[in-house]
Design a protein around this ligand. Structure first.
Ligand SMILES: Cc1ncc(C[n+]2csc(CCOP(=O)(O)OP(=O)(O)O)c2C)c(N)n1
Ligand SMILES: [Mg+2]
Length: 682
């Protein structure tokens, strides 16, 4: 009633004063009266809202014409959630708590569902920094990439509804590659929840699987510290993504730093340390029995072996084993070692297939590689597996001794036991492994040296192979999903210490650019190289090139090299249509529309080169890695280069040939397939 009356006066008073014809004095009087009434209305509304929210146990902040306090107040949260009697907004408390968890960067995309949180980031003045992408999916991939590159928790931020939905692929990437990520997601105002409101999505159900270890909606300010801490604790402790949902009104609510010591109030802290888990002695003894019983040992190295390189090599030497790596484990050991057969699996090397096909003992270290048919056949090899997550043990191959433990400590314990035995491994097996490795390296050179199947296009193996000679010793490599993953696995020799990042288990296209960006933002002083197909570039890489163009001038070292393998085809899947189904490539589903990648990069004021002749390959890499800005190399490549898995049964190859046989113009690809097969056998 008061409000209505006041509003009526606001409308009527200026008219009355005008009628009195008081001139300029009247105008000023009218304005003063009008603003006084408006302020009174606003104050009255705030008071009413406070009463309403207090009745549901929550105080909502009223900002506006006269109440600017919420906009200027800084956060006051202390690490242990104690001390200051002052109050602050939940949004500021979230940002402060992120800082307490050591978060330096949050990858986010705006939406009104998180406006209070965005304002809190603004008030935080860049600590932590908010980094935007061009799509929420990219922010989640950046968070996953940040976790992959740094070992820290990656954090992404999105609005309710559509923004939340967009996060999923990146969160699953983290889940499947076992990386800690926290997603902070807005939700519609809690008074509207359950009404089918604008952008209302059942976020618990949406994130139930991706963030299955912890999804929580913050319904009251008092809940915030422990809910956020639980999201971080759980992400770190289970190496998975977790999700914190914060309705819009809760973001705006006031909260206190003090957790009352009373019933239903839950204090929380950010203290957390990682354990060193070592298996039981008896299990280590049994593992040594198994590992020394055979005469043809092999070691499969996964990403879990990072940090245990020295111990790993000692165990390999004491066993006289041959080595192979999962795709995620490729960077762990120097692949130029004479007994390192390279990556295993469908995209792996002939030497790895030989090693896995002939070994009688297998030690798996920190790998959960999914290519089960490339492991030793059932009954062929007695197997020991080390993994920090007991739930991974025995999930991909039959295991006799499972050692749940930290790779470094467990390997050190195995090393000590093996050394105590004092038995020297036989040399014959090692010599056979080294022979197979030399054989693969010859095949690799032959394949890289081959001309492409048609004129005017490049052999993609040659393009990627040439990177090895140019790759800086401090680079970071980020690889997309497509034929480039195969060429990375087989042809890129990473300098020791250089890490390559992939979507190893979700195998999601579109992973390379956001991971590379996360890596670059973490260390702007080191060069980054991205390998991506044209399909992946069109899926999201072109958009994220805009992010590169936006940021590169802030980087200490501006080198950010993007190789686009331009083949006009979703070629990995075209080859799968042939190999798995015996079908011809289906042009309608497989064609990638032509696009001028290099010219587009130039439009963004980046460096670029389009190459389609073999003698341009090495100069293009050199130019890209010497450029004073990000550089895109558009390599026009042959879509007919087969993605032949190593040591395939004849039936598989026949199926590929049957597919090609049904394709007009399938001849050159079939010729290349025959040649690859001959190289492998001969
Ligand atoms: C998000 C997503 N969609 C689809 C796929 C299936 N897929 C795997 S590789 C691939 C083709 C990639 O094409 P492109 O990026 O052009 O690389 P190319 O294999 O042609 O070198 C597709 C469609 C996938 N892995 N991820
Ligand atoms: Mg392609």
């Amino acid at each position: 009633m008061f409000v209505l009356l006041a509003l009526a006066l606001v409308a009527v008073v200026p008219v009355l004063l005008d009628a009195l014809a008081l001139g300029p004095v009247g105008t000023v009087l009218a304005q003063v009266l009008r603003w006084t009434l408006l302020v009174a209305v606003h104050r009255r509304r705030c008071a009413v809202r406070r009463v309403l929210h207090a009745s549901v146990g929550r105080e909502r902040v009223c900002t506006g014409m006269t109440d600017r306090s919420a906009d200027t107040r800084g956060p006051h949260t202390s690490p242990a959630g104690t001390a200051s009697p002052d109050t602050t907004l939940v949004s500021d408390a979230i940002v402060a708590r992120l800082r307490d968890w050591g978060v330096r960067r949050v990858f986010g995309y705006a939406g009104d569902g998180i406006d209070p949180l965005l304002a809190a980031f603004r008030r935080a003045g860049g600590d932590p920094a908010l980094v935007t992408a061009r799509h929420e999916e990219m922010t989640a991939f950046m968070a996953s990439g940040h976790a992959k590159v740094t070992g820290e928790v990656g954090v992404c931020l999105s609005t309710q509804g559509p923004g939340a939905i967009h996060l999923l692929a990146g969160l699953y990437d983290a889940k499947l590659d076992r990386k800690p990520v926290v997603a902070i997601v807005g939700q519609v105002v809690s008074t509207a929840l359950g009404s089918g409101y604008l952008q209302e999505v059942d976020l618990h159900t949406l994130f139930k699987d991706a963030c299955g270890q912890y999804v929580q909606t913050v319904v009251s300010p008092e809940q915030l510290p422990h809910a956020l801490d639980n999201a971080f604790r759980t992400a770190l402790d289970t190496a998975t993504p977790t999700c914190l949902i914060v309705p819009h009104d809760v973001q705006q609510a006031r909260t206190s730093d003090v957790t009352p010591h009373e019933h239903a109030m839950v204090p929380s802290s950010t203290a957390l340390s990682r354990p060193h888990v070592v298996p039981r002695r008896a299990d280590l003894d049994r593992a040594v029995e198994v590992l020394t019983a055979g005469s043809r040992p092999a070691v499969l190295v996964g990403q879990g072996a990072y940090g245990a390189e020295a111990e790993l090599l000692e165990v390999v030497e004491l066993l006289g084993a041959g080595v192979t790596a999962s795709l995620l484990g490729k960077p762990v050991l120097d692949e130029s070692l004479p007994f390192h057969s390279g990556v295993m699996g469908h995209l792996g090397t002939t030497a790895s297939a030989e090693l896995m096909g002939r070994c009688d003992t297998l030690l798996v270290v920190g790998s959960n590689d999914p290519w089960t048919e490339f492991y030793p056949a059932p009954g062929q090899a007695r197997t020991v597996q080390i993994d920090i997550a007991g739930r991974n043990i025995g999930t991909k191959a039959p295991v006799e001794v499972g050692l749940t433990g930290d790779a470094r400590d467990t390997l050190a314990a195995l090393r000590d036991r093996l050394a105590d035995r004092g038995t020297a491994p036989g040399r014959r097996w090692r010599a056979e492994v080294e022979g197979a490795v030399r054989g693969w390296r010859e095949v690799r050179e032959q394949r890289a040296a081959e001309p492409a199947g048609s004129a005017g296009v490049l052999n993609p193996q040659a393009v990627v192979h040439a990177l090895s000679a140019e790759l800086p010793a401090d680079a970071l490599v980020s690889v997309d999903v497509g034929s480039c993953t195969y060429w990375y696995a087989r042809f890129v020799a990473l300098p020791p210490g250089v890490r390559g990042h992939v979507s190893g288990t979700l195998a999601s296209m579109g992973c390379a650019m956001p991971t590379a960006l996360a890596g670059k933002l973490d260390r702007t002083d080191r060069p980054v190289v991205v390998l991506a197909g044209d399909g992946a570039m069109q899926m999201n890489g072109l958009s994220e090139l805009i992010t590169v163009a936006r940021h590169w001038r802030e980087w200490e070292d501006p080198r950010f090299v993007v190789l686009v393998l331009h083949n006009g085809d979703l070629s990995e899947v075209s080859w799968e249509q042939r190999e798995v189904e015996g079908d011809p490539r289906y042009p309608t589903s497989q064609e990638v529309p032509a696009f001028p990648y290099a010219r587009y990069a130039e439009l963004l004021d980046l460096g670029a080169a389009r190459i389609d002749s073999a003698d341009a390959i090495a100069p293009a890499w050199r130019a890209a890695l010497a450029a004073d800005r990000p550089f895109l190399v558009e390599a026009v490549i042959d879509p007919d280069t087969p993605l032949l898995a190593p040591a395939q049964p004849a039936g598989k190859v026949e199926q590929m040939l049957a597919g090609l046989d049904q394709e007009p113009g399938g001849g050159p690809a079939a010729d290349q397939l025959h040649r690859q097969r001959d190289q492998e056998v001969g």
